[in-house]
Design a protein around this ligand. Sequence first.
Ligand code: ZN
Length: 562
Amino acid sequence: MKSVSSGPVRPDDSVLYVADRVRTLSAEQPIADALLVRWGKVAAVGSREKLQAANPGARVVELRGATIVPGLVDAHGHMVSLGRSLSILSFVGTSSVEEILQMARNASPASYEGDWLVGRGWDQTAWGKGGGFPTRQQLDAVVPSTPVYFTRVDGHAVWVNSEGLRRAGVGRATPDPPGGRIIRDRGGEPTGVLVDNAMQLVGSKIPLPTDEQRQHWLRAAVEKCVSVGLTSVHDAGTDVPTSVLLRQWDATGTLPLRIYAMALGKLVGAMSSSRWGAAGAAVPETGIIEGKLFTLRAVKFWLDGALGSRGAALHAPYSDEPTQNGLLLIEPAELQRRATALMERGYQIAVHAIGDRGNTLALDILSKAAADAKVKDPRNRIEHAQILRREDIPRFAQLGIIASMQPTHATSDMRWAEQRVGRERIAGAYAWKSLLDARAHLAFGSDFPVEDANPLLGLYAARTRQDVRGYPAGGWLPEQRLDGEQALIAFTAGAAYAAFAEEERGRLRPGMDADFTALSVDPVGDPPEKLLSGKALLTVVAGRVAYRDESVLRSAAYPPTR
Ligand SMILES: [Zn+2]
């Protein structure tokens, strides 16, 4: 990023950002056209004339055609996976097995980890013909002797070849691990697809990334995030080396956006060190970390799997697979015990729950753990909250449990979700409007790299319940659509609340952190389809420019990044 000719901006300089409109999400002054920033904070919000007259020395940044909103937050993303997905093979958007096999055949060296060929993003529901799982034999035909590890788009299943199974010693005699499933053919032989806890049987054989590789992935991920207007990401499953690295970047001023870490609730391999992991989770013995931009005060557990691979735990069997009820990845009693112990140490608990049974159990577990730990404002969260029984919807607000949801999951899954759960259960699917009407706190994200990290796509999906081609007309389960402001709040103030930061961020009021995003579209006032062609023009975190769109701002004065 180039700096301006007028020299670097010092923190005590005043900068006046002028836009077509500033949406503050603050009741006192919901709409303005200028925002004054000083010392990394919002100094004033109001009209350009008044603010300029009162601050004649302020630098002025003109953002013509732009709408400024409070900094957009992705309340559920995966930073390392995002960076990794930018270098390994990506099958997102492919529509046939043949296309993927062609990519495997032509893979470049960047797609290898150790001698494993690695890829991500396949989705059998996009292949037509009944949407069955692929097989190892299909991979063997193009990659016979190199081990292959291709993760499903939702991260809850892998497709490997025979060499991959051989390296892991997985065969017909291998039992399904607890919370996992080895898909088998009629003769009992593994077909090459492993679901949830069975993934690790093979995944643990892939060499762990080197520090250099991890740094490269994380750097690529933070750059991607600020370029789509994100000022903060809640990282849904941070391991120890990643936390250590982010903390270091924060201390040296090289972290451009806020990261709210949800530490892994389960230690993986040799990732713990002496001062980390004493609580059985990827957290330091010293307790919560509150840095400048990096915070670690949450711990994430996976309670069930995902709907696409039929790992989501359901009360009644799958409508399209009557022998399956889904999987529990951890014993409920064990999760409750660990959640209580971590809450006593001040941690917020985030539980991945997708199926209706997973959600009932998560609500039960989190409410009991909060009572046992005697925490006043635990603000525990359920990640995804995808399929809910009608009677569980009001419990989110009653128990003070945040619904952390991803609008683009609804529009990616809508083509097949009803096949999985049937007509009756689909009424409680991705039911963010019902949750909001029941006064639950919503925090929105994308689950990148499962979905695109661009929050405009999430804002669009939340308002329309349509895919980017406008399908279906009128929206899928349209009674669950939000209005533009409700959707924006879930991506800003709602996400700030989920990180205990609603007094500092999520709205633009004097004294709050100067975290904001300037967009080429107005996410509230413009028709939703216009958001699809919109983009971030400027991303500002704590008063510092983390990203600017070159084409638009070349002529404008603007404060350089660090
Ligand atoms: Zn996730």
